[in-house]
Design a protein around this ligand. Structure first.
Ligand code: ARG
Length: 457
Protein backbone atom coordinates (compact mmCIF):
# COMPACT_ATOMS: atom_id res chain seq x y z
CA UNK A 1 0.00 0.00 0.00
CA UNK A 2 1.47 3.35 -1.02
CA UNK A 3 0.60 6.05 1.44
CA UNK A 4 1.82 9.49 2.41
CA UNK A 5 4.62 10.03 4.88
CA UNK A 6 3.88 9.60 8.60
CA UNK A 7 3.78 13.34 9.03
CA UNK A 8 1.42 14.13 6.11
CA UNK A 9 -1.55 15.40 8.19
CA UNK A 10 -0.62 19.06 8.01
CA UNK A 11 0.16 18.88 4.29
CA UNK A 12 -2.09 19.15 1.28
CA UNK A 13 0.62 18.42 -1.31
CA UNK A 14 2.71 15.26 -1.38
CA UNK A 15 6.49 15.64 -1.43
CA UNK A 16 8.08 16.26 -4.82
CA UNK A 17 9.71 13.00 -5.92
CA UNK A 18 13.15 14.59 -6.07
CA UNK A 19 12.73 16.06 -2.56
CA UNK A 20 11.62 12.65 -1.35
CA UNK A 21 14.62 11.04 -3.04
CA UNK A 22 16.95 13.50 -1.36
CA UNK A 23 15.51 12.77 2.07
CA UNK A 24 15.40 9.00 1.64
CA UNK A 25 17.95 7.32 3.90
CA UNK A 26 16.87 3.68 3.99
CA UNK A 27 19.93 2.39 2.13
CA UNK A 28 22.08 3.55 5.04
CA UNK A 29 19.83 3.37 8.09
CA UNK A 30 18.47 -0.04 7.21
CA UNK A 31 21.53 -1.24 9.14
CA UNK A 32 19.70 0.02 12.25
CA UNK A 33 16.66 -2.27 11.86
CA UNK A 34 17.51 -4.57 14.78
CA UNK A 35 18.35 -1.65 17.06
CA UNK A 36 15.18 0.20 16.03
CA UNK A 37 13.06 -2.81 16.97
CA UNK A 38 14.88 -3.09 20.32
CA UNK A 39 14.40 0.60 21.07
CA UNK A 40 10.74 0.50 19.99
CA UNK A 41 10.11 -2.53 22.20
CA UNK A 42 11.62 -0.76 25.21
CA UNK A 43 9.45 2.26 24.39
CA UNK A 44 6.34 0.05 24.31
CA UNK A 45 7.19 -1.09 27.83
CA UNK A 46 7.60 2.53 28.91
CA UNK A 47 4.15 3.35 27.47
CA UNK A 48 2.67 0.36 29.28
CA UNK A 49 4.31 1.35 32.57
CA UNK A 50 2.87 4.85 32.13
CA UNK A 51 -0.61 3.33 31.75
CA UNK A 52 -0.93 4.36 28.11
CA UNK A 53 -1.05 0.80 26.77
CA UNK A 54 -2.75 -2.24 28.25
CA UNK A 55 -0.66 -5.36 28.79
CA UNK A 56 -2.45 -6.89 25.83
CA UNK A 57 -1.74 -3.94 23.54
CA UNK A 58 1.88 -3.86 24.65
CA UNK A 59 2.16 -7.59 23.95
CA UNK A 60 0.66 -7.19 20.48
CA UNK A 61 2.99 -4.31 19.69
CA UNK A 62 6.05 -6.24 20.87
CA UNK A 63 5.03 -9.24 18.74
CA UNK A 64 4.40 -7.06 15.69
CA UNK A 65 7.75 -5.32 16.15
CA UNK A 66 9.49 -8.69 16.34
CA UNK A 67 7.67 -9.85 13.23
CA UNK A 68 8.62 -6.75 11.26
CA UNK A 69 12.21 -6.99 12.47
CA UNK A 70 12.47 -10.62 11.39
CA UNK A 71 10.97 -9.82 7.99
CA UNK A 72 13.52 -7.05 7.44
CA UNK A 73 16.39 -9.33 8.39
CA UNK A 74 15.01 -12.10 6.14
CA UNK A 75 14.60 -9.53 3.35
CA UNK A 76 10.89 -10.32 3.03
CA UNK A 77 9.62 -6.99 4.39
CA UNK A 78 7.77 -4.95 1.76
CA UNK A 79 9.28 -1.48 1.98
CA UNK A 80 7.03 1.26 0.66
CA UNK A 81 8.30 4.19 -1.41
CA UNK A 82 6.89 6.48 1.28
CA UNK A 83 9.20 4.91 3.90
CA UNK A 84 11.60 7.76 4.45
CA UNK A 85 13.87 5.90 6.81
CA UNK A 86 14.03 2.69 8.83
CA UNK A 87 12.12 4.23 11.74
CA UNK A 88 9.13 5.19 9.60
CA UNK A 89 9.26 1.86 7.78
CA UNK A 90 9.09 -0.14 11.00
CA UNK A 91 6.32 1.99 12.46
CA UNK A 92 4.34 1.68 9.23
CA UNK A 93 4.92 -2.08 9.17
CA UNK A 94 3.59 -2.40 12.72
CA UNK A 95 0.61 -0.19 11.93
CA UNK A 96 -0.17 -2.22 8.81
CA UNK A 97 -0.28 -5.29 11.05
CA UNK A 98 -2.18 -3.85 14.03
CA UNK A 99 -4.13 -0.82 12.82
CA UNK A 100 -5.14 1.42 15.73
CA UNK A 101 -2.88 -0.31 18.24
CA UNK A 102 0.08 0.26 15.92
CA UNK A 103 -0.88 3.91 15.72
CA UNK A 104 -0.20 4.19 19.49
CA UNK A 105 3.48 3.27 19.15
CA UNK A 106 4.93 6.70 18.44
CA UNK A 107 3.39 8.42 21.52
CA UNK A 108 6.06 10.32 23.43
CA UNK A 109 8.88 9.45 21.07
CA UNK A 110 10.33 11.10 18.00
CA UNK A 111 12.58 9.89 15.29
CA UNK A 112 15.03 12.33 16.83
CA UNK A 113 15.48 10.40 20.08
CA UNK A 114 14.96 7.12 18.25
CA UNK A 115 17.72 7.66 15.70
CA UNK A 116 20.14 8.77 18.42
CA UNK A 117 19.31 5.66 20.43
CA UNK A 118 19.58 3.28 17.48
CA UNK A 119 22.90 4.76 16.38
CA UNK A 120 24.42 4.50 19.85
CA UNK A 121 23.37 0.88 20.15
CA UNK A 122 24.75 0.15 16.69
CA UNK A 123 28.03 1.95 17.27
CA UNK A 124 28.58 0.09 20.54
CA UNK A 125 28.28 -3.18 18.58
CA UNK A 126 30.46 -1.97 15.69
CA UNK A 127 33.07 -0.77 18.17
CA UNK A 128 33.17 -4.21 19.80
CA UNK A 129 33.92 -5.81 16.42
CA UNK A 130 36.54 -3.18 15.69
CA UNK A 131 38.26 -3.53 19.04
CA UNK A 132 38.23 -7.34 18.81
CA UNK A 133 39.98 -7.05 15.45
CA UNK A 134 42.47 -4.44 16.62
CA UNK A 135 43.25 -6.49 19.73
CA UNK A 136 43.94 -9.45 17.45
CA UNK A 137 46.53 -7.40 15.52
CA UNK A 138 48.17 -6.31 18.77
CA UNK A 139 48.22 -9.86 20.06
CA UNK A 140 49.70 -11.14 16.79
CA UNK A 141 52.42 -8.48 17.12
CA UNK A 142 53.11 -9.56 20.69
CA UNK A 143 53.35 -13.22 19.64
CA UNK A 144 55.79 -12.38 16.86
CA UNK A 145 57.74 -10.04 19.12
CA UNK A 146 58.14 -12.82 21.69
CA UNK A 147 59.72 -15.01 18.99
CA UNK A 148 62.31 -12.33 18.26
CA UNK A 149 63.40 -10.88 21.56
CA UNK A 150 67.04 -11.72 20.75
CA UNK A 151 67.05 -11.01 17.02
CA UNK A 152 68.69 -7.70 16.13
CA UNK A 153 67.71 -5.40 13.30
CA UNK A 154 68.84 -1.94 12.31
CA UNK A 155 66.53 0.60 13.87
CA UNK A 156 65.98 3.64 11.65
CA UNK A 157 65.35 7.31 11.78
CA UNK A 158 64.52 9.06 8.51
CA UNK A 159 64.39 5.52 7.03
CA UNK A 160 68.19 5.39 7.37
CA UNK A 161 70.24 3.13 9.65
CA UNK A 162 70.34 4.60 13.16
CA UNK A 163 70.99 2.19 16.03
CA UNK A 164 70.35 -1.51 16.48
CA UNK A 165 67.16 -2.64 18.17
CA UNK A 166 65.52 -6.06 18.20
CA UNK A 167 62.68 -7.24 16.02
CA UNK A 168 60.83 -7.85 19.28
CA UNK A 169 61.34 -4.26 20.40
CA UNK A 170 60.18 -2.92 17.03
CA UNK A 171 57.04 -5.07 16.90
CA UNK A 172 56.19 -4.16 20.51
CA UNK A 173 56.27 -0.49 19.51
CA UNK A 174 53.39 -1.10 17.11
CA UNK A 175 51.55 -3.15 19.74
CA UNK A 176 51.81 -0.29 22.27
CA UNK A 177 50.21 2.14 19.81
CA UNK A 178 47.31 -0.23 19.25
CA UNK A 179 46.95 -0.81 23.00
CA UNK A 180 46.44 2.94 23.39
CA UNK A 181 43.77 2.84 20.68
CA UNK A 182 41.96 0.09 22.57
CA UNK A 183 42.13 2.25 25.68
CA UNK A 184 40.69 5.17 23.69
CA UNK A 185 37.80 2.99 22.50
CA UNK A 186 37.14 1.86 26.09
CA UNK A 187 37.13 5.46 27.25
CA UNK A 188 34.78 6.46 24.42
CA UNK A 189 32.44 3.66 25.45
CA UNK A 190 31.95 5.24 28.89
CA UNK A 191 30.57 8.37 27.24
CA UNK A 192 28.65 6.52 24.52
CA UNK A 193 26.81 4.23 26.90
CA UNK A 194 23.94 6.69 27.45
CA UNK A 195 20.35 6.24 26.32
CA UNK A 196 18.68 9.19 24.53
CA UNK A 197 15.25 7.49 24.44
CA UNK A 198 12.56 9.54 26.12
CA UNK A 199 14.09 12.83 25.00
CA UNK A 200 11.35 12.97 22.34
CA UNK A 201 11.80 15.55 19.61
CA UNK A 202 13.76 17.80 22.00
CA UNK A 203 11.80 18.40 25.20
CA UNK A 204 10.72 14.94 26.50
CA UNK A 205 6.94 14.50 26.73
CA UNK A 206 3.95 15.05 28.96
CA UNK A 207 3.23 11.32 29.09
CA UNK A 208 5.08 10.28 32.23
CA UNK A 209 7.63 8.03 30.49
CA UNK A 210 10.66 6.95 32.53
CA UNK A 211 13.91 7.34 30.54
CA UNK A 212 15.94 5.73 33.32
CA UNK A 213 13.92 2.51 33.19
CA UNK A 214 14.12 2.59 29.38
CA UNK A 215 17.91 3.00 29.53
CA UNK A 216 18.17 -0.03 31.82
CA UNK A 217 15.92 -2.09 29.53
CA UNK A 218 18.19 -1.31 26.58
CA UNK A 219 21.30 -2.26 28.56
CA UNK A 220 22.66 1.28 28.61
CA UNK A 221 24.69 2.40 31.57
CA UNK A 222 22.47 5.45 32.15
CA UNK A 223 19.94 7.84 30.61
CA UNK A 224 20.52 11.27 29.04
CA UNK A 225 21.15 14.28 31.27
CA UNK A 226 19.51 16.83 28.95
CA UNK A 227 16.91 16.02 26.30
CA UNK A 228 18.04 18.76 23.90
CA UNK A 229 21.63 17.57 24.12
CA UNK A 230 20.47 13.98 23.65
CA UNK A 231 18.88 14.66 20.26
CA UNK A 232 21.26 17.38 19.03
CA UNK A 233 24.77 16.23 19.66
CA UNK A 234 26.69 13.75 17.59
CA UNK A 235 29.92 13.84 19.53
CA UNK A 236 29.53 10.15 20.21
CA UNK A 237 29.87 9.49 16.49
CA UNK A 238 32.57 12.07 15.98
CA UNK A 239 34.66 10.71 18.83
CA UNK A 240 34.26 7.10 17.68
CA UNK A 241 35.42 8.11 14.21
CA UNK A 242 38.31 10.13 15.66
CA UNK A 243 39.46 7.09 17.60
CA UNK A 244 38.97 4.88 14.55
CA UNK A 245 41.00 7.35 12.51
CA UNK A 246 43.88 7.39 14.98
CA UNK A 247 43.80 3.61 15.05
CA UNK A 248 43.71 3.42 11.24
CA UNK A 249 46.73 5.72 11.19
CA UNK A 250 48.57 3.27 13.43
CA UNK A 251 47.55 0.35 11.26
CA UNK A 252 48.75 2.23 8.18
CA UNK A 253 52.13 2.81 9.78
CA UNK A 254 52.39 -0.86 10.66
CA UNK A 255 51.48 -1.59 7.03
CA UNK A 256 54.19 0.81 5.86
CA UNK A 257 56.75 -1.12 7.92
CA UNK A 258 55.53 -4.41 6.48
CA UNK A 259 55.91 -2.91 3.00
CA UNK A 260 59.43 -1.80 3.78
CA UNK A 261 60.46 -5.07 5.36
CA UNK A 262 59.04 -7.05 2.46
CA UNK A 263 60.61 -4.84 -0.21
CA UNK A 264 62.76 -7.34 -2.14
CA UNK A 265 65.55 -4.75 -2.12
CA UNK A 266 65.71 -5.16 1.65
CA UNK A 267 64.48 -8.75 1.94
CA UNK A 268 63.81 -8.70 5.68
CA UNK A 269 60.41 -10.37 5.52
CA UNK A 270 57.90 -11.92 3.18
CA UNK A 271 54.13 -11.80 3.38
CA UNK A 272 52.41 -15.14 3.14
CA UNK A 273 50.86 -15.87 -0.25
CA UNK A 274 47.42 -15.72 1.37
CA UNK A 275 48.02 -12.01 2.00
CA UNK A 276 49.63 -11.28 -1.38
CA UNK A 277 48.25 -10.91 -4.88
CA UNK A 278 49.55 -11.53 -8.38
CA UNK A 279 49.65 -9.27 -11.41
CA UNK A 280 47.22 -9.65 -14.29
CA UNK A 281 50.08 -9.09 -16.74
CA UNK A 282 53.41 -9.86 -15.07
CA UNK A 283 53.55 -13.52 -14.14
CA UNK A 284 56.40 -13.16 -11.67
CA UNK A 285 54.70 -10.64 -9.38
CA UNK A 286 53.72 -11.15 -5.77
CA UNK A 287 52.34 -7.91 -4.54
CA UNK A 288 51.70 -6.84 -0.93
CA UNK A 289 48.17 -5.51 -1.57
CA UNK A 290 46.94 -6.31 1.94
CA UNK A 291 49.47 -3.94 3.45
CA UNK A 292 48.96 -1.32 0.73
CA UNK A 293 45.21 -1.30 1.27
CA UNK A 294 45.70 -1.10 5.04
CA UNK A 295 47.82 1.98 4.35
CA UNK A 296 45.34 3.48 1.89
CA UNK A 297 42.17 2.89 3.91
CA UNK A 298 43.46 5.20 6.64
CA UNK A 299 42.89 8.10 4.23
CA UNK A 300 39.27 7.16 3.80
CA UNK A 301 38.70 6.97 7.56
CA UNK A 302 40.35 10.35 8.07
CA UNK A 303 37.93 11.58 5.37
CA UNK A 304 35.02 10.16 7.37
CA UNK A 305 36.15 12.27 10.33
CA UNK A 306 36.36 15.38 8.18
CA UNK A 307 32.87 14.71 6.77
CA UNK A 308 31.42 14.56 10.28
CA UNK A 309 33.35 17.52 11.61
CA UNK A 310 32.38 19.68 8.63
CA UNK A 311 28.73 18.64 8.81
CA UNK A 312 28.46 19.29 12.56
CA UNK A 313 30.37 22.52 12.97
CA UNK A 314 28.14 25.52 13.43
CA UNK A 315 24.86 23.60 13.72
CA UNK A 316 22.60 25.25 16.27
CA UNK A 317 21.09 23.05 18.96
CA UNK A 318 18.10 20.92 18.15
CA UNK A 319 17.74 18.25 15.51
CA UNK A 320 18.56 19.41 11.99
CA UNK A 321 18.21 17.20 8.97
CA UNK A 322 21.90 17.73 8.20
CA UNK A 323 22.41 15.22 11.01
CA UNK A 324 21.09 12.46 8.78
CA UNK A 325 24.48 12.61 7.06
CA UNK A 326 26.15 11.32 10.24
CA UNK A 327 25.63 7.61 9.78
CA UNK A 328 27.47 6.81 6.56
CA UNK A 329 30.88 8.13 7.69
CA UNK A 330 30.52 6.64 11.17
CA UNK A 331 29.51 3.18 9.99
CA UNK A 332 32.15 3.30 7.27
CA UNK A 333 34.94 4.29 9.65
CA UNK A 334 34.24 1.61 12.24
CA UNK A 335 33.56 -1.07 9.62
CA UNK A 336 36.69 -0.21 7.65
CA UNK A 337 39.05 -0.14 10.61
CA UNK A 338 37.75 -3.58 11.64
CA UNK A 339 38.20 -4.90 8.10
CA UNK A 340 41.76 -3.59 7.89
CA UNK A 341 42.64 -4.97 11.32
CA UNK A 342 41.29 -8.43 10.48
CA UNK A 343 43.44 -8.63 7.37
CA UNK A 344 46.53 -7.23 9.06
CA UNK A 345 46.39 -9.61 12.01
CA UNK A 346 46.57 -12.52 9.59
CA UNK A 347 49.37 -10.89 7.61
CA UNK A 348 51.40 -10.27 10.78
CA UNK A 349 50.77 -13.76 12.15
CA UNK A 350 51.87 -15.49 8.95
CA UNK A 351 54.68 -13.32 7.56
CA UNK A 352 58.11 -14.91 7.36
CA UNK A 353 60.78 -12.83 9.04
CA UNK A 354 64.33 -13.30 7.76
CA UNK A 355 66.26 -12.90 11.00
CA UNK A 356 69.56 -13.66 9.24
CA UNK A 357 69.04 -10.84 6.75
CA UNK A 358 68.18 -8.43 9.55
CA UNK A 359 71.20 -9.54 11.58
CA UNK A 360 73.41 -9.18 8.49
CA UNK A 361 72.15 -5.62 8.06
CA UNK A 362 73.46 -4.95 11.59
CA UNK A 363 77.00 -5.43 10.24
CA UNK A 364 76.79 -1.80 9.10
CA UNK A 365 79.37 -0.23 11.47
CA UNK A 366 77.70 3.17 11.31
CA UNK A 367 74.96 1.78 13.56
CA UNK A 368 77.45 1.88 16.45
CA UNK A 369 78.64 5.47 16.07
CA UNK A 370 76.47 6.59 18.97
CA UNK A 371 77.81 3.77 21.14
CA UNK A 372 81.32 5.07 20.47
CA UNK A 373 80.36 8.64 21.31
CA UNK A 374 78.76 7.36 24.52
CA UNK A 375 81.91 5.32 25.34
CA UNK A 376 83.82 8.61 25.12
CA UNK A 377 81.28 10.28 27.42
CA UNK A 378 81.99 7.54 29.97
CA UNK A 379 85.64 8.70 29.90
CA UNK A 380 84.34 12.11 30.95
CA UNK A 381 84.46 13.76 27.54
CA UNK A 382 81.54 16.20 27.10
CA UNK A 383 78.97 14.71 24.74
CA UNK A 384 79.20 17.50 22.14
CA UNK A 385 82.93 16.93 21.88
CA UNK A 386 82.47 13.15 21.75
CA UNK A 387 79.90 13.60 18.96
CA UNK A 388 82.23 15.84 16.97
CA UNK A 389 85.19 13.54 17.48
CA UNK A 390 83.25 10.49 16.36
CA UNK A 391 81.89 12.39 13.38
CA UNK A 392 85.37 13.49 12.34
CA UNK A 393 86.60 9.92 12.69
CA UNK A 394 83.81 8.66 10.41
CA UNK A 395 84.62 11.39 7.88
CA UNK A 396 88.34 10.61 7.85
CA UNK A 397 87.62 6.92 7.41
CA UNK A 398 85.06 7.57 4.68
CA UNK A 399 87.52 9.82 2.81
CA UNK A 400 89.84 6.80 2.66
CA UNK A 401 86.99 4.53 1.60
CA UNK A 402 86.95 2.90 5.04
CA UNK A 403 84.55 2.33 7.92
CA UNK A 404 84.84 1.82 11.67
CA UNK A 405 85.29 -1.89 10.95
CA UNK A 406 88.68 -1.11 9.41
CA UNK A 407 90.16 0.42 12.59
CA UNK A 408 92.94 -1.65 14.21
CA UNK A 409 93.80 -1.68 17.93
CA UNK A 410 96.12 1.31 17.57
CA UNK A 411 93.43 3.21 15.76
CA UNK A 412 90.92 2.54 18.56
CA UNK A 413 93.53 3.57 21.15
CA UNK A 414 93.94 6.84 19.27
CA UNK A 415 90.16 7.37 19.37
CA UNK A 416 90.27 6.83 23.13
CA UNK A 417 88.06 3.74 23.12
CA UNK A 418 90.51 0.81 23.51
CA UNK A 419 87.83 -1.88 23.21
CA UNK A 420 86.13 -0.05 20.31
CA UNK A 421 86.05 -3.00 17.92
CA UNK A 422 83.98 -4.96 20.43
CA UNK A 423 81.35 -2.20 20.36
CA UNK A 424 80.50 -2.97 16.73
CA UNK A 425 78.25 -5.78 17.82
CA UNK A 426 74.45 -5.68 17.78
CA UNK A 427 73.95 -8.10 20.67
CA UNK A 428 76.33 -6.18 22.89
CA UNK A 429 74.90 -2.81 21.87
CA UNK A 430 71.35 -3.95 22.58
CA UNK A 431 72.23 -5.66 25.88
CA UNK A 432 73.92 -2.48 27.07
CA UNK A 433 70.68 -0.54 26.70
CA UNK A 434 69.23 -1.64 30.01
CA UNK A 435 66.85 1.29 30.49
CA UNK A 436 63.19 0.34 30.85
CA UNK A 437 61.40 0.62 27.51
CA UNK A 438 64.58 0.00 25.55
CA UNK A 439 65.50 -2.91 23.31
CA UNK A 440 67.31 -5.13 25.85
CA UNK A 441 65.89 -8.57 26.50
CA UNK A 442 64.80 -7.73 30.07
CA UNK A 443 63.08 -4.56 28.93
CA UNK A 444 61.25 -6.17 26.03
CA UNK A 445 60.19 -9.06 28.25
CA UNK A 446 58.73 -6.58 30.72
CA UNK A 447 56.90 -4.89 27.84
CA UNK A 448 55.55 -8.20 26.61
CA UNK A 449 54.22 -9.06 30.06
CA UNK A 450 52.56 -5.65 30.34
CA UNK A 451 51.05 -5.97 26.85
CA UNK A 452 49.77 -9.46 27.64
CA UNK A 453 47.91 -8.02 30.61
CA UNK A 454 46.50 -5.12 28.60
CA UNK A 455 45.40 -7.19 25.64
CA UNK A 456 43.17 -9.70 27.38
CA UNK A 457 39.75 -9.50 25.73
N1 ARG B 1 16.29 9.84 9.26
C1 ARG B 1 16.65 10.88 10.19
C2 ARG B 1 18.11 10.78 10.56
O1 ARG B 1 18.70 9.81 10.28
C3 ARG B 1 15.83 10.76 11.43
C4 ARG B 1 14.55 11.40 11.21
C5 ARG B 1 14.36 12.64 11.93
N2 ARG B 1 13.68 13.46 10.99
C6 ARG B 1 13.10 14.55 11.29
N3 ARG B 1 12.54 15.18 10.31
N4 ARG B 1 13.08 15.07 12.48
O2 ARG B 1 18.67 11.70 11.12
Amino acid sequence: MTQGPLWSGRFSTPPAPEAQALGHSLEVDRALAAEDVRAATAHVEALRDAGLLTDDEAGQLADALAQVGEAIVADTFAFDPSDEDIHSAIERGVTDLLGDIGAKLHAGRSRNDLVSTDVRLHLLTLATSATDAVRAVARALVTRAREHVDDPMPGSTHVRPAQPVTIGHHLCAHAWALARDLDRFADWRRRADVSPLGAGALATSTLGLDPVATAARLGFDRAFDNSLDAVSDRDVLQEAVAVASICATHLSRLAADLLRWTDPALGWAELDEAYSTGSSMMPQKRNPDTAELARGKAARIAGDFVTLAAMLQGLPLGYQRDLQEDKEPAFDALGTVAQVARALSGAVATMRIDTAAMRAACLDPSLYATDIAEALVKTNIPFREAHRKTGELLKTLADDGKTLADLDDDGWNDVGVPDGAALLDPDRSIAARTAPGGPSRASVEAQLAALDALLVP
